[in-house]
Design a binder for this molecule. Structure first.
Ligand code: NAD
Length: 427
């Protein structure tokens, strides 16, 4: 294991998060010392680990876990399996987690990690060995009271179950059962929470409902498009369609498809499930060139795939009224300026997709207390926390006359600043 500390080397999500942070810190006058603490990550863990593949050959994989800050509680954040995972991506995503957990008032800090890998190139048994060996390599750098991973891009409940099982298996028998909450997003049969699967997409739609209410608009009859049709994209489409909005287009890694009549998200999910998770070839609607996606005339855009998808280059095409960031960091800082100038509202990621981490918190609590909660109770608790956070951010945005994103940062940074001021810095 190696601990690395390097300066940012390239543009992307990390540059965006630092620019967003500095802007908010300037506006609110964040304490200088605390500003220095929060611009840095606490720990950056990089592990290289070998795995035997199905054909008997050995491959070495690189995994990351960045622990940004734990002033408010254990590090919390997802694990991503994707070729774009690197130290800068993990840093950016970990910082966003710190702001996110602070905004919704959870007793957590922020962390994020993953493996630089294209999982579609590996069999299920290879993915299982890769996951278990990664967990073993991380060892006690994660833990139920230290750092609690969760699903993110290309990771799911099954992968979380492998992590929980591996982590517990390397503990002594008397404490194995006390470690299931080392990860959240597990299958319900393995300590998971009813509703954690839909928590992020559900939360995105709770935020859209708040936006519609404050803008005095009806969601029934509105149109929307979704980028990414995985966990977040599907569930957001499902819940928004239930509000009466029409899904005009979907883009995933395989294709961009559109239909003037609108798609049924549940039917599309069924098709994708039979096609390795891809929407390409779906018989309803027609296929479009990828670059035309964001130009589609609609009321709501839900980016629910990767970071930096809406940039200064394509933001001018956007005609929607609101962009609800299901993904982390889908809009670059330069694109955001253009969008706001064009009167397009943005529900920022650190609020909009925080239903996922709220769900994770309830799963963690449920495991700690050996309890089981019902789906309706869970969704109600998530919606309550999101509504409170939405109202607080709206209030702060008015007080400082700033965008929702900057207001969300100010809410988070004020909470962290207060904690550091109360507690001081050791020794
Ligand atoms: P997922 O792996 O379930 O789905 C990802 C989707 O994005 C897939 O449909 C994939 O085809 C698509 N995609 C990948 N590359 C693409 C590209 N270049 N263009 C268009 N589509 C592409 O992942 P997820 O869990 O739904 O996460 C999606 C986003 O939401 C990520 O930014 C993640 O960080 C964020 N998020 C997820 C959660 C969660 O609970 N899963 C919580 C908060 C935020």
């Amino acid at each position: 294991m190696e601990t690395i500390k390097t300066k940012p080397t390239k543009t992307g999500m990390y540059e965006n998060v630092l620019r967003q942070y500095n802007q908010a810190a300037d506006i609110m006058g964040l304490h200088d010392g605390i500003r220095k603490i929060l611009v840095n990550t606490n720990n950056e863990i990089l592990v290289n680990f070998p795995v035997k593949l199905d054909d008997g050959s050995i491959e070495v994989f690189t995994g990351y876990r960045v622990q940004h800050n734990n002033a408010l509680g254990p590090y919390k954040g997802g694990l991503r399996y994707h070729p774009t995972v690197d130290i800068d991506a993990a840093r950016a995503l970990a910082m966003w987690m710190t702001w996110k957990t602070a905004i919704v008032g959870l007793p957590y800090g922020g962390g994020k990690g993953g493996i630089q890998i294209d999982p579609s190139k590996y069999s299920q048994s290879e993915l299982e060995r890769i996951t278990r060996r990664f967990t073993y390599a991380l060892g006690d750098n994660i833990g139920p009271d230290l750092d609690i991973p969760a699903p993110d891009v290309n990771t799911n409940a099954r992968i979380m179950a492998w992590i929980a099982d591996t982590y517990s298996s390397i503990k002594s028998p008397s404490v194995r059962q006390k470690n299931m909450h080392v990860v959240t997003g597990k299958p319900v049969g393995s300590g998971g929470l009813e509703g954690r699967d839909r928590a992020t997409g559900f939360g995105v739609v709770c935020n859209i409902k708040k936006w519609a209410k404050s803008a005095q608009k009806e969601l029934n009859g509105m149109t929307f498009i979704v980028q990414g049709f995985g966990n977040v994209g599907y569930w957001a489409s499902h819940f928004l369609s239930k509000e009466g909005a029409k899904l005009l287009a979907v883009q995933d890694a395989s294709a961009t498809i559109a239909s003037a009549e609108g798609f049924d998200p549940d039917d599309l999910l069924k098709y994708a499930a039979e096609n390795d998770g891809n929407i390409k070839g779906y018989e309803h609607g027609s296929e479009l060139e990828d670059q035309h996606f964001f130009a589609i005339d609609c009321d709501i855009i839900i980016p629910a795939a990767l970071g930096n998808q809406i940039t200064a280059d394509n933001s001018m095409q956007i005609k929607a009224k609101v962009i609800a960031e299901g993904a982390n960091g889908p809009i670059s800082v330069d694109a955001e300026k253009i969008l706001l100038r064009n009167g397009i509202e943005i529900i920022p990621d650190i609020l909009c997709n925080s239903g996922g981490v709220i769900g994770s918190y309830y799963e963690w609590l449920q495991n700690k207390r050996s309890e089981n909660w019902k789906l309706d109770t869970v969704l109600e608790m998530i919606e309550d926390k999101l509504n409170d956070a939405y109202d607080r951010i709206t209030e702060v945005s008015k007080i400082y006359n700033v965008s929702s994103r900057t207001a969300a940062y100010i809410v988070a940074l004020k909470r962290l600043e207060l904690t550091y001021k109360e507690r001081g810095v050791f020794p």
